[in-house]
Ligand binder design. Structure first.
Ligand code: NDP
Length: 297
């Protein structure tokens, strides 16, 4: 089995390098070897490589910048994804692609199911949704894995920002009226590898499993609850933070305006992926605590 991994230096891509390596011959591509801003070159590369599995961890992920850089976001998140889907079709390959909670408007009161109506609130979410739709329209065998609030030891993310700010300031003000599930890149990569392994070893599953799945940690919290856990756990591990956990103050998103609007409810129901692939997705706090242990000098 030959696997082509795109976006190998991102948070998820880096973990995929580790998790996919034992599955087969892995060809690793970063932006230099496969630039999603150049769909034509991408098409030619895929025709040369002829992988049996394409895993796309590359994306335009600068949510706020996308508001004023929509063309580039669209090329990377939609046009090039359509090229991947076409190639997967022609090669009869599986396409694994990651998408986002930002395809939803966040107005639902409970966790979103895979087939709930979509309505992105920002440009990034729209380009990701259009990418999903291009994959479905192509008819290729695919796993669209929607995830949320991704973090890893390597890369930039909310948890690392909170650690930095908590070392500099006596108090943090953090949004408490947006909820979701912080999800570790490690968990996403491990589950992806397990899913692919099951697909190639179980033809009956492969025949029915193509589709969209919510791949997120279990449970839910707010950005405020997430920041509280980061500060509490780092303090316990001996980090010299100025912010004490009682000084992590909840605020409303309305008091922290950003260029791109975000959904109030980012919770994704992860039952389908667990049932279809026999996975167990742990509570979000499990991997956040592991992250802090990993980052502790
Ligand atoms: P990162 O931003 O950490 O990584 C994205 C990767 O894409 C980077 O390695 C980047 O390359 C690469 N990339 C960007 N532009 C191009 C391009 N033109 N050609 C080739 N590669 C490019 O993202 P994550 O790992 O966090 O995200 C993985 C997936 O999960 C994405 O599909 C994202 O939309 C989705 N997702 C992410 C969430 C999050 O909170 N981060 C939440 C929900 C979904 P370089 O290293 O050179 O910049």
């Amino acid at each position: 089995m030959s696997i082509l991994l795109l976006g190998a230096n991102g948070q998820v891509g880096w973990q995929l390098q580790r998790a996919l390596a034992p599955l087969g011959l892995l060809r690793i591509c970063d932006r230099r070897s496969a630039d999603l801003e150049n769909p034509q070159a991408l098409r030619e590369m895929l025709a040369r490589e002829r992988p049996s599995i394409i895993v796309n961890a590359a994306a335009y992920t600068a949510v706020d910048k996308a508001e004023t850089d929509a063309d580039r976001a669209r090329t990377i998140n939609t046009e090039s994804v359509a090229v991947l889907a076409d190639a997967a079709c022609q090669l009869d390959a599986w396409l694994v692609h990651y998408s986002t909670d930002y395809v939803f408007n966040g107005a639902k009161k409970t966790a979103y199911d895979e087939d709930d109506p979509t309505e992105p609130l920002n440009v990034y979410g729209q380009t990701k949704l259009d990418g999903e739709q291009a994959i479905r329209a192509s008819g290729c065998r695919h796993l669209i894995l929607r995830t949320s609030w991704v973090y890893a030891a390597r890369g930039s993310n909310f948890a690392k920002t909170m650690l930095r700010l908590a070392a500099e300031r006596d108090e943090l003000k953090v949004v408490a009226d947006q909820i979701g599930a912080p999800t570790s890149a490690e968990l996403i990569a491990d589950c992806t590898a397990l899913m692919l392994h099951r697909l190639v070893s179980d033809p009956a599953l492969a025949a029915r499993a193509s589709g969209t799945y919510h791949l997120v940690a279990s449970g839910q919290t707010s950005w405020h609850g997430y920041a509280q856990l980061v500060v509490a756990e780092a303090t316990r591990l001996g980090w010299p933070l100025r912010t004490r956990v009682e000084r992590v103050q909840p605020i409303s998103a309305a008091l922290y305006p950003m260029p791109a609007a975000r959904p109030a409810n980012s919770c994704l129901n992860n039952q389908k992926v667990q049932q279809t692939f026999g996975l167990h997705l742990p509570d979000w706090a499990f991997h956040v605590k592991r992250l802090l242990t990993e980052l502790t000098p």
